[in-house]
Ligand binder design. Structure first.
Ligand code: PLP
Length: 452
């Protein structure tokens, strides 16, 4: 039975972001989950060390979330949001506006983070047309940014490994540097920040007349390798966008819903975005709902008699799905009832001291963390920061070793990602960190020895 399933998976499936040759060598099929663990078809249990790719909040099979879906199912599973709404989508909108930055008063639903970003880009683009400034058509985005995998989101992204191959398909966008303190010459966060803000200001000064919006991840560049922005950077970007009349699109898809120890990471810098994309944790990791928040000012630029054709012509079949919205409402209720955000803040300190022990390991170059978003950059040489040869696939092998030890995660190159579910207890964090440490030690010493 289990072998049959594995054969079927190899025969018919094509998995996202996966070289299927790798999958065929190391297949894995998850059958169930409980708390912060998942179980495969052979009955082996794994800690969900990456929250099923950055989604999970309350663990798996959280009773209240399961119940919320069942309860909604007794009424209706789905009806459209085109020209009408439904009960949970409406209730959820009010709750989302309550918890989001003050200036954001409108929510537009979709099904994934990438779509939420596409929507933000199209809204920004059309906004300027609608208010009579059609010359503002271009975007400015951050080096190493990641906003999802649809073509618009890829166009404002810039991770060479994922994006290079699609170059000819993308629309042009200006790229601004992002402070990557560990790999900067001085390793001085303030200096690094100011240099990047300076270059950004030059770009804006020269080109703002044709710029519609700037897109940026909030506080941490996730897919780039958990690169945490220095204090004052995000708010500095906000000031420059205001100064040069360019809309600011903040991507909170990874960082939103408590992940960094705030409900939204832009709260760290008191930033009020003009548009904000969120997804991932919005349903506690249960169902595909995403949202683009915007301001009343942008909303009003689309509000007019039909004949003016200022309508936002965008939508998806499952926009505002009732089951998803119902579970999102219950998720937000649990955030409050269980004080999730504050608890993450507290436990993150514990986690920080656990991770500090990694500093002694011979191949750990940098440890980056904001809340429950952590990246450990492995290098061949700590002195020169020289990376391991990429063909050694050190991060990949560390993750495979962790799988063997009983924990799942996915690296970004040689940056080991640790993003446990937000309800993970200090005890569980300790166990997961120990597995990670063991895997890093085993693999890096094997590879380093082979390289000598
Ligand atoms: C995951 C992610 C996205 C894309 O979200 P999907 O739901 O996978 O489409 C966009 N932006 C950031 C910062 C992300 O981490």
């Amino acid at each position: 039975m289990t072998n049959e399933l594995i054969e079927k998976s190899k025969k018919h499936l094509w998995l996202p972001f996966t070289q299927m040759k790798d999958y065929d060598e190391n297949p894995l099929i998850i059958e169930s989950g409980e708390g912060i663990k998942v179980k495969d078809i052979h009955g082996k249990e794994y800690y969900d060390g990456f929250s099923s790719v950055w989604l999970n909040v309350h663990g798996h099979r959280k009773k209240e979330l399961d119940e919320a879906i069942k309860k909604q199912l007794d009424k209706i599973a789905h009806s459209t949001l085109l020209g009408m709404t439904n009960v949970p989508a409406t209730e959820l909108a009010e709750k989302l506006v309550e918890i989001s930055p003050e200036k954001l008063t409108r929510v537009f639903y979709s099904d994934s983070g990438a779509e939420a970003m596409e929507i933000a880009l199209k809204m920004a683009f059309q906004y300027w047309k609608n208010i009579g400034k059609p010359e503002k058509q271009k975007f400015i985005s951050m080096k190493n940014g990641y906003h999802g995998d649809t073509i618009g989101a890829v166009s404002v992204g810039s991770i060479d490994l994922f994006h290079h191959v699609y170059g000819a398909l993308m629309f042009d966008s200006f790229k601004a540097p992002i402070p990557y303190v560990y790999r900067s010459e001085s390793e001085d966060p303030a200096k690094c920040r100011d240099e990047c803000l300076h270059i950004l200001e030059q770009l804006l000064m020269e080109n703002h007349h044709e710029m519609a919006a700037l897109s940026i991840e909030s506080m941490v560049q996730g897919a780039a390798g958990m690169i945490v922005m220095p204090e004052g950077f995000l708010s500095g970007v906000r000031e420059l966008c205001t100064k040069y009349d360019v809309l600011m699109i903040v991507d909170e898809v990874a960082t939103g819903f408590g992940r960094t120890g705030k409900m939204f990471a832009c709260e760290y810098e008191n930033v009020q975005p003009d548009l904000m994309a969120a997804g991932k944790g919005i349903t506690g990791g249960y169902l595909p709902i995403a949202v683009t928040f915007t301001t009343e000012e942008i909303y009003e630029a689309f509000y007019d008699d039909y004949q003016t054709l200022k309508t936002f012509f965008h939508g998806h079949s499952y926009t505002g799905n009732q089951l998803g919205c119902a579970v999102a409402i219950e998720n937000l209720r649990l955030f409050e009832a269980e004080n999730i955000v504050k608890e993450v803040g507290k436990k993150a300190k514990e986690l920080q001291s656990l991770l500090a022990e990694f500093k002694q390991l011979p191949h750990v170059g940098d440890i980056r963390q904001l809340g429950f978003m952590c990246g450990i950059e492995l290098v061949q040489s700590k002195e020169t920061k020289e990376p391991f040869p990429s063909e050694k696939r050190v991060g990949y092998h560390v993750a495979l070793k962790m799988r063997e030890l009983g924990m799942l995660t996915r690296p970004m190159g040689d940056v080991i990602v640790f993003m446990p579910p937000l309800v993970s207890s200090n005890e569980e964090l300790k166990e997961m960190v120990a597995m990670m440490k063991e895997a890093i030690e085993i693999i890096t010493s094997e590879v380093a020895t082979a390289l000598v």
